[in-house]
Design a protein. Sequence first.
Length: 333
Amino acid sequence: MTTVVSDQTTALRVRGLDVVFTGEREVHAVREVDLEVRRGELVALLGESGSGKSVTARAIMGLGDEHTRVSADELVLSDVDVLGLDAEQMRRLRGERVSLVMQDALSALNPVLTVGAQIGELFRVHRGATRAQARERAVELLGLVGIPSPQRRVDDYPHQFSGGMRQRILIAMAIALEPELLIADEPTTALDVTVQAQILDLLDDLRRRLGMGVLLITHDLGVVMEVADRLAVMYAGRIVEAGDADTVLTRPAHPYTEALLRSVPQAAARGGRLVSIPGSPPSPATTPPGCSFHPRCAYAIDVCRTARPPLREVTPARVAACHRSEEVLDGLR
Ligand code: SF4
């Protein structure tokens, strides 16, 4: 593997990521995305469905198919420059140093194997553990992610667990080999609110204890408000605002972030009205000219319809792509 000189605290660094779906017609799904996650840090990638978040995650993990063209100026996972890796090296890196947790735990787990066998296999394949050692590590991991009576439950099958418990088992599998980066793609979407909060607390706790970076992908701003250190907001395949989570959530600089905040009940309750964002996000094949948010934006002016705003620093350590960020920050329409 190609090791690059990098800051040893970096779990993920992406610069200029582009993803194009090739087929009868090329569709540019993700453009010029920059992202950074340090070890022990939780960064949320936020946006409505169709904004390009999951496409970004799959591209980072090298999980595209033959109809996907991925390019980037830089793509570093932990301290490895993955742009120089072949398919086998990438597969090994994915298994050992970077993990992905998806939302549908039932289809991600093998129904005919006990959860202990599925977790234990990771230790047997990647660490050369014996059956007994692998079982012992599986019990430890089930305990770590909060499965009660792990000694007994290690021999149960996936269908014997609730949805929330199955999601914990997926997280146990994802952290088994102590990755430097965990990408969690809508890990709580299928769960009720209480279990959702428990899973987020678990991710929050594990990243601190294990010092792993977490990239949390979600459409739900309510989900990230409590746990994210930093936040990147995506719209129509591009990052439109990014920065320290407290700064962005307290005083957004992009109308889309502001609109997302107003649509979250607990945020709106702090003094704003609860409002939904009019219209729907554009498909990547029909992105509007100028600022792609302009058909839905309450701040839109003439220039927004023709000139795409560049991503620029609008306050220290925070970037936004909007012609009117200064007015948005001042609350002026
Ligand atoms: Fe709205 Fe214009 Fe800013 Fe786009 S550039 S978010 S349309 S004000």
